[in-house]
Design a protein around this ligand. Structure first.
Ligand code: UGA
Length: 438
């Protein structure tokens, strides 16, 4: 099938490459000339494991193409996926400007039936709004053309997005049009053949499934963080508590890893949007607000934990291993480490950081941050008063504590991701603390 993807950010590129890998003919469109020029040369704007190889293979086979021309994208396919950026404005309002620009272009160039699919997370109600704007635009141009709007939310996790796309737990298609649903079922036929359930719903329901899922996962994390904090007072081990809870299949083991709080471009933003949506109807979503607040508190609590372990922070050297909001990504958006580091800097601590992928993003986004960038975990730990394992990158799971002991100033190890067992680290003479375990 010919499919156009409009917007070559994270979601657009993964969607385009994965659909191309399933034999479709994909044209990815972006207004950013440099980005498209780079993509044609195989240079990707994001880091995602496996994506560069996939993009280069499919560009060579001709299944994946790139263009800056919206007219080409609209002509190329009946199905158009919109995956443009939808930034959050002040008051947590989602800026739909890019989506509306794309809609105008589609209306200008379409000459026959089109299925317009929203894949990025957009506020509940966007599909309906876009439908009426599109109707008005076509009417203005005197075009008597049919189109359908579909909400097909993505459930991709950074770091494992390719597998999440090809082998999702479910596919959600919100539309209300049988014709559009038939196109979508054809696009996802390979996943359906594997027995992956495809749920057909109305537009708003599909849009809400995305928010409700992310908010639920975030709630699980805040819940276990809350439990972990209580565990620290009463001597229970939060990692074992999570296993004991998760073995009940009604609860499930995943997203019960206590830590410094959740970050990323999705959970924090989506929770705020959901709370904001309730407020527009005069409804206070207290539970959602409390997940947001618990997450903020968790970051503060990590600062207290570091303070308590180090003593006076002034002129102490704190090493951060990991700055990305989770492993296998260079994304630092709303990373809990950044809030923690800012707080420590305010208290005049010295910060040394090493991250396998995210240092360039940190330099670019926070050039004013007075921290020392290091090119290895060990350089970062030299002369350190406290090592903070902040992101569970694989390479931090096999640290040589014997060598570390010789290069640090003080053997203090704060494992904010509970990667190690306390006994293992203590055996090397380190003071060890995890989250919810000592
Ligand atoms: C999340 C969802 O998991 C995806 O299903 C969704 O498609 C995506 O948002 C999105 O809306 O686009 P992502 O933001 O990539 O994916 O990352 P997650 O793996 O969900 O992790 C989010 C944050 O929670 C990270 O900071 C992570 O460290 C933290 N986390 C996760 C925990 O602290 N504990 C856990 O047990 C799990």
């Amino acid at each position: 099938m010919n499919i156009s993807i409009i917007g070559t950010g994270y979601v657009g590129l993964v969607t385009g490459a994965c659909l191309a890998s399933q034999g479709n003919n994909i044209l990815c469109c972006d207004l950013d000339n440099d980005k498209i020029g780079n993509l044609k040369k195989g240079i990707l704007p994001i880091y995602e494991p496996g994506l560069p190889e996939l993009v280069s293979r499919l560009t060579n086979t001709g299944n994946l193409g790139f263009t800056c021309e919206m007219s080409d994208a609209v002509r190329h396919s009946t199905v158009l996926f919109i995956t443009v950026n939808t930034p959050t404005l002040e008051n947590n309002i989602c800026d739909l400007g890019n989506v509306l620009d794309v809609i105008r272009e589609i209306a200008d160039h379409m000459t026959s039936y089109r299925v317009i699919v929203h894949k990025s997370t957009v506020p509940v109600g966007t599909g309906r709004k876009v439908r009426s704007i599109m109707e008005a635009l076509l009417k203005e141009q005197g075009k008597d053309l049919e189109f359908d709007i579909v909400s097909n939310p993505e459930f991709l996790r950074e770091g494992s997005a390719i597998n999440d796309f090809l082998n999702p737990e479910r596919i959600v298609i919100g539309s209300g049009s049988e014709k559009a649903a038939a196109f979508m079922m054809e696009i996802y036929k390979k996943q359906r053949r594997k027995g992956i359930p495809l749920l057909l719903t109305g537009l708003e329901t599909a849009e809400m499934i995305k928010y409700a899922s992310n908010a639920f996962l975030a709630m699980k994390i805040s819940y276990i963080n809350e439990i972990a904090n209580i565990c620290e007072f009463c001597g229970a081990d939060a990692v074992e508590v999570a296993i004991g809870m998760g073995l009940d299949h009604r609860i499930g083991c995943e997203f019960l890893a206590a830590g410094p709080g959740f970050g990323g471009s999705c959970f924090p933003k989506d929770l705020r949007a959901l709370s904001g949506l309730g407020k527009t109807y005069g409804y206070d979503a207290g539970l959602i607000d409390s997940v947001i607040e618990t997450n903020q508190r968790q970051k503060k609590r990590m600062v207290q934990k570091i303070s308590a372990a180090v003593g006076p922070l002034e002129k102490s050297t704190i090493t951060f291993l990991g700055i990305s909001f989770k492993p296998d990504t260079d994304d630092i958006r709303e990373s809990p480490s950044i809030a923690i580091i800012r707080d420590l800097l305010d208290k005049n601590a010295r910060i040394k950081i090493y991250d396998p992928r995210a240092l360039d993003n940190l330099k670019k986004q926070f050039p004013e941050m007075p921290v020392t960038y290091c090119d290895s975990a060990y350089t970062a730990c030299e002369g350190s008063d406290c090592i903070v394992l902040a992101t569970e990158w694989n390479e931090f799971s096999r640290l040589d504590f014997k060598s570390l002991k010789n290069i640090v100033k003080r053997p203090v190890f704060l494992d904010l991701r509970n990667v190690y067992s306390p006994e293992e680290v203590k055996a090397y003479g380190f003071h060890y603390e995890g989250v919810g375990r000592k």
